[in-house]
Structure formats: C-alpha cells, structure tokens
Design a protein around this ligand. Structure first.
Ligand SMILES: *Cc1c(COP(=O)(O)O)cnc(C)c1O
Length: 353
C-alpha cells in the first residue's frame, strides 16, 4: 500500500473471489460456473468480421442486447440496463441508491459489504434465522437500500415472491434490490413485479445459467425512472461498459431459449442427485434452488474437507465466516464431475475412520 492511497480505501477489505488456479487441472466446483458450454448460437456469433470490428467502440446503448432481454421478460427496453457483469450493476446501485445506507443478511454474497465500504454507504447487517432463512419483516420500514439475493448466495435458499413483494411494499422510501444470480435454477423471478413497483430493481447475470461468466454481462430490470438513475451512474463511469463481443454473445444466448432451458434442467437434476448422495453419506445439506449445495459433515470440518478435496484435485469453496465455517459449498458440475467429487469425498472420509 502506498501513502498516496485514499484514507478510506486504506481500511477497505477488498472482495476475495474464489480461486481460479492456473497451476494444474482441477475439477472446478468453487465459483458456481456452469459446466456446460454456452449456446452454439452464441459461440458462432463471434466471426472474424466481428473481431475485426473491435476497432470500433461498442454501442453505448447496447440496443440489440437490451432488446433481447426486454423481449425475454415482456418489458420495454426502457426498463433494462446492462452491465459488465452483474457486479457492475450492483456497484452502480450502491452508488445510486445507498444514500441512506444499505441493509442485507449476515450470510449472503460477500461483495455487498465491499460495495458499501467502497462507496461510503453505511451498512446494517441482519442475521438470517437459525435455519438460514430470511425473515421478511426484518426488512420492513428500513427506508434505505435493501439488498436480497434470491435464491440467497451461500445458502441457495429461496424467499417466496410474496415475501419479496411485502418487503417492497414496506420500504417505499428506499430501493429494494433483488439479486437473482441463481434464479433460473429454481427460484421465481421478481422481474414481473417491477411493472407494479417503482422501488424495485431486479438484477440478473449471464454468468451462471447462461454459461458466460468470462464474458462479464449482467443486467437489471426496473421502472423507467430507476433505470434512468442507473444509466446516469453508468454514463458517468463507463458508457462503453459492455464490449462488442460480449454483447453479441449474450444477445444470442438470450435468444436461444431451448438450449438455456435444457442446460438449466441438467444442472438441477444433477444437483438433486448430489444432494441425495451427500445425505446418504450423513451430510447435512441445505435445500438449494441454486447451482450449488452447502453441505456439512459431522465427521470432518469444512476447511479440512476443502483442503483434502483440493489435494485430490477437486476444488470446492470454504468460507471462514463463523456461521458457515463447518460447510463446504459445492458448485454443480457435470454428472461425471460430481461422481468424481463423491468418490474423492468417500476416500477422504474412509481414511479418517
Ligand atoms: C455470481 C454472482 C454475482 C456476480 O455475477 P457476475 O454477473 O459474474 O458479476 C452476483 N451476485 C451473486 C449473488 C452471485 O452469486
């Protein structure tokens, strides 16, 4: 750290992403990437001509991509904004709507507190229940930015749409942001509710259910006024925030609905298979509607299992946070990946007994 760094940033603990090791090949079950390739339509969109066109700036209004997203949700193009990953949309939202502070659960996506610190937004952290659930009424009358991942990050647990709507109705003086990074794997989207509620922002990403984590494309849908606000921030930061190739690829991925539905279906089926298999082995597994499972064993600690699996060539995620330190988070890979993971888990448990 240099002595030139802004004083508030000297204290900031930056977000630590899951490992992306380049040293050897792992079965990678640690960052909730999709094990399947993106849609063939998306892959074929990147032609030599399009690469040559990189000499030109991208469309600052991302018109084609926004049209495809709007069509998918039955919304107007004025109700959509796109970002360089949904992380960027989240950052814009903290900057735009965090004036009176922000509140979110204790166990959730770790980036929320970093955005709050980065933008000087006061944070209020509300504990999940003992069953790792969100109690909706905890978020009533906060009159600040309320941020809820649904399904929640790290747990995969869904908050019913009726509860989301109650939170929105009971926070008319604040924006409610619902981060739906995992919604396609079993949640119910609040996108439709943005037609009724002027204080609701729904954020989604192409990274998980559409297999485009490396393309960095996310989006928000909301009332026209909130989208205007987010565009004010976006245009004050980076008007060309989505690059030409990523916009092209994401647009085709959004249009290829049958491929999307098939790959989501496969991930969900494998998730349910793995949950059963872990339970047969005595694991406690949270009921997940996402593309990962949170599982803990009474035979081995979370960190120990993470390290032993890594040694065996399987990368899962372990969080040191007190409430979830006994768990490992396992992203859902292909059936073959998951059978390998289960086999290695068996070997590790056998060695200890
Ligand atoms: C993965 C994830 C994101 C980030 O997605 P990108 O679009 O890749 O930036 C945001 N929120 C949650 C809860 C996530 O799990």
């Amino acid at each position: 750290m240099s002595r030139y760094l802004a004083a508030d940033l000297q204290k900031l603990a930056a977000y630590v992403p899951g490992e992306q090791p380049q040293d050897k090949r792992y079965i990678k079950l640690n960052t909730n990437e999709n094990p399947y390739y993106p849609s063939e339509r998306a892959v074929n969109a990147v032609t030599e001509t399009e690469v040559k066109n990189l000499r030109l700036y991208s469309d600052p209004d991302s018109k084609k991509l926004i049209a495809a997203i709007a069509e998918n949700f039955g919304l107007s193009e004025k109700n959509v904004v796109v970002g360089n990953g949904s992380d960027e949309i989240l950052a814009f939202s903290f900057r735009a709507f965090g004036q009176n502070g922000a509140c979110f659960p204790d166990v959730t996506y770790g980036f929320y507190k970093v955005f709050a610190d980065m933008f000087g937004v006061e944070k209020e952290i509300l504990p999940l229940t003992a069953e790792f659930k969100i109690n909706a009424s905890d978020y009533f009358h906060k009159d600040k930015l309320v941020v809820i991942a649904n399904p929640n990050a790290q747990t995969g647990i869904v908050l019913p749409l009726s509860q989301i709507e109650k939170i929105v109705e009971n926070n008319r003086n604040g924006v409610v942001l619902v981060d739906e990074a995992y919604v396609d794997f079993g949640g119910e989207s609040a996108a439709e509710l943005t037609k009724k509620h002027e204080n609701l922002v729904v954020v989604q990403t192409f990274s998980k259910s559409r297999s485009l984590a490396g393309a960095r494309v996310g989006f928000a849908v909301a009332s026209e006024a909130l989208i205007d606000d987010l565009n004010r921030v976006r245009n004050s930061f980076n008007p060309y925030n989505v690059n030409r190739l990523s916009a092209l690829v994401a647009c085709e991925a959004m249009k290829d609905k049958s491929y999307f539905q098939d790959s989501v279906k496969k991930v969900v089926a494998v998730r349910e298979f793995v949950k059963q298999e872990l339970e047969k082995r005595g694991f406690f597994v949270l009921g997940s509607c996402a593309n990962f499972l949170m599982a803990k064993s009474d035979k081995i600690g979370g960190e120990e299992l993470y390290l032993a699996l890594k040694e065996s060539g399987v990368l899962v995620r372990h969080f040191k946070d007190e409430r979830i330190k006994d768990f490992v988070r396992v992203s859902i890979g292909t059936k073959e990946d998951m059978e390998f993971f289960l086999q290695k888990t068996d070997e590790i448990l056998r060695r200890r007994s």
